[in-house]
Design a protein around this ligand. Structure first.
Ligand code: ADP
Length: 275
């Protein structure tokens, strides 16, 4: 009898703790949701005034009426460049908060590998010649014509990876190689971005995928950036049921591989259909 009473009391206590923990978890979820919503709203509100600042400083820097001194034109250009940096930071924060609050929508369609290659070519060819770097895009044999996924998001990830590759490489080349990985049950396309740049020390390789993390050093400071690109890319890869792998040797260069297959698991790789 006594033993039973003891058990019952224990159960009552345990139940109390469980209810308390549940309430705490609910509060945490709520505040995390509020944080994401707050960030999304504020980012949105910041964009409107920033856009007029960008348009007007751009107009000024063109100096069409030739009323400005060279120094004033230079100031207008600096305002414009800083505004653009701020806009990309705001867009990154908006993206992250959308992902965190589950509001990042996917736009699924056939994504033609050829279109991706052309988009990347047109976005980075000038950058390569400006920095005097080799730039190759290589489509390996056996690629499918298209996968079923989100083209804008795939381009966003690849743009992040390629911008970094160019940013952290001063000699040699940057390469995008597209191949197929048959190792899992669902074959997938692998976009590998390699550079011959500064590389990333092993102890920093996991860290750089976290928000606002940059490898400390003069290079990252000199080149600016927010430290958000890779964490957004990782989240987008997750959303697309894909993955990003990193292989890097400090001082030698890095390869970031973005693996992504057809969005729907049940979709067969050879015959994607539209839903
Ligand atoms: P950002 O480029 O804005 O700093 P990212 O999240 O894209 O932010 O990258 C985080 C950090 O990872 C960079 O600041 C840099 O230290 C390191 N990194 C990323 N890509 C490369 C690369 N290709 N080579 C060397 N370091 C890199």
């Amino acid at each position: 009898e006594k033993q039973n009473q003891k058990f019952e009391m224990k159960n009552v206590e345990l139940e109390k703790v469980r209810v308390e923990l549940e309430e705490q978890a609910r509060q945490l979820n709520l505040s995390s949701k509020y944080k994401s919503e707050f960030l999304a709203n504020i980012s949105h509100e910041l964009r409107t005034p920033l856009n007029s600042l960008l348009i007007l400083s751009n107009l000024l820097s063109e100096n069409k009426e030739e009323t400005l001194s060279p120094k004033q034109v230079k100031f207008a250009k600096t305002i414009h460049a800083s505004g653009k940096e701020l806009l990309s930071l705001i867009n990154d924060i908006l993206d992250l908060s959308k992902i965190e609050s589950g509001k990042m929508n996917l736009n699924l369609s056939k994504v033609f590998i050829k279109d991706i290659a052309e988009y990347i070519e047109s976005n980075f060819r000038i950058m390569a010649s400006d920095k005097n770097l080799g730039f190759k895009i290589e489509l390996q044999d056996g690629l499918p014509e298209f996968i079923y996924s989100d083209e804008v998001k795939i381009n966003q990830v690849l743009k992040n990876l390629l911008s970094n590759a160019f940013k952290f490489t001063n000699s040699g080349e940057v390469r995008l190689s597209v191949g197929v990985d048959y190792s899992s049950t669902q074959p997938s396309v692998v976009f590998s971005v390699s550079d011959t740049g500064i590389g990333i020390a092993e102890e920093n390789q996991a860290l750089i995928f976290e928000a606002f993390q940059q490898v400390d050093g003069t290079t990252s400071r000199r080149f600016g950036g927010t430290g958000l690109g890779l964490s957004i890319s990782k989240e987008i890869a997750n959303l697309l049921n894909g993955k990003i792998f990193l292989y890097s040797l400090e001082g030698k260069g890095s390869t970031f591989s973005f693996q992504v297959g057809n969005y729907k698991d049940e979709e067969s790789f050879d015959s994607p259909r539209e839903v």
